[in-house]
Design a protein around this ligand. Sequence first.
Ligand code: AMP
Ligand code: MG
Length: 400
Amino acid sequence: MAFLKVVSLEEALEIINSFPLKPRTEMVPLSEALGRVLAEDIVSPINVPPFDRATVDGYALRAEDTFMASESEPVRLRVIGEVNAGDFPDFELKPGESVYISTGAPLPKGADAVIQFEDVDRDGDEVVIYKPAYPGLGVMKAGTDIPKGKLLLKKGTRLGFKETALLSAVGLAEVPVFRKPKVAVISTGNELVLPGEELRPGQIYDINGRAIADAARELGGEAVFLGIARDDRGSLKALIEKGVECCDIVILSGGASGGIRDLTSSIIEELGEVKIHGIAIQPGKPTIIGLIDGKPVFGLPGYPTSCLTNFTLLVAPLLRRLIGRESEVRKVKKKLAHKVFSVKGRRQFLPVRIEGEKAVPILKGSGAVTSFIDADGFIEVPENVEILEAGEEVEVLFFG
Ligand code: AMP
Ligand code: MG
C-alpha cells in the first residue's frame, strides 16, 4: 500500500478539527485544581474582607473624637474593652469611647478608624491620643480587597498557585475545570527497550513513549503509556484496541514507514477508518491519522524529532481544543542566525534554538534525538523556498 490519502497540513488540521471530540468539564476539589484549566468564569461569591477590619494593633475609635488632638492638648478616650481576631463585636462604640483591637479583628459599630498602639499612651482605662485620626485610618473596608460579584478568573485560565490562592480567598472548595483528555501512548519497534532494561546489541531505548506522554501531560492531558508494540500484527492490534478502550486519543510512534506502515494502517482500517495516510510536509510524510469508535488514532514518525514536530503540529492543537486553550499562542518571531538550504517542492520544518533575538537552526538531522532536545521549536521553510537567508524573519513554533 502506498501513501493513499496524502493531504496538506491545513487539510489534515481541518480533518482533525472535525473529529467528534468535545471539551468536557468536571468539578474538582480546590486541592487538586493546580495546573487545571478553568471551564467557567469565576465571580467572587463574597466580599473580601467580609467585614471592616483592623489592619494594625491599636485602638478603634470614632475619628471625629480625635480631630482636636495635639501634642500639647491630647485627647483622652475611655477604653471599654477589647476585640481580637475571630471575635465579632456586638456593641456600638459611643462618642468618647474606644476599644483595644488586634490586627484582622472586625471594627465595632460606630468606629471608623484604628490608631496603632505605638502612637498612643495607655493610662489606666484611658487611651491618650496626640494627633487626629481620619476615617479609614488603620481600616480595610469590607470588599475593598475583592468586591462580591467581581470577575476573578476567566474561563480558559490555567490555575497556578496564585489562582488557587485567590479561589481560596473567596472560599470556593470546588472548581469547574476541563476534563483532562486521556491519551494512550504506544511505541512500536522490535529494537526498542525501556529505560532500566538491559540494552542488547541492536537495541535502543524508547524515547518517544516518554516524550509523547509527557508532552501530552504538559499540555494538560492525562497520559497512559501502554508500552512497546512489537512489529507484528498481533502485538500492534492488541495495544491499539487497548488504547481505544481506555482513552480518548491513541498515539503511536514508529512503524509508520516501510512495510510496517502498512501494518498500522491496515489495523486501523480493520478496526475503524484511515482518514489520512501521509501529510505533505517534511518530516511527517509517514503520518497516519484514523478514527476508531470515534476516537482519533495518530501514527507518528519514529524519529524523535520528526515525531515531536508532528505531535506539535497535529496533536497539540487537538489537546488544546479539548482543554479550552485553543487561543494559546506558542509562537515567536525571530531572525534567522544563518542561512539554511531546503529542497524545492518540499515544505519543511526545521528545529531551531532561540538565542536572544536569533533563531539558530539545528542541522543534525531528524535522526538525532538532540536535534529536538537542543531545540526550542521549529520554523517552516515553505515549498517554493530553497534558501532562507541569515537575518530573515522567521516564526518559531515551540515544541509541545
Ligand atoms: P520507524 O518509523 O519505525 O521505521 O522508525 C524510524 C526510526 O525511528 C528508526 O531508527 C527507529 O529505531 C526510530 N524510532 C522509532 N520509534 C522510536 C522510539 N519510540 N524511540 C526512539 N527511536 C525510535
Ligand atoms: Mg519501527
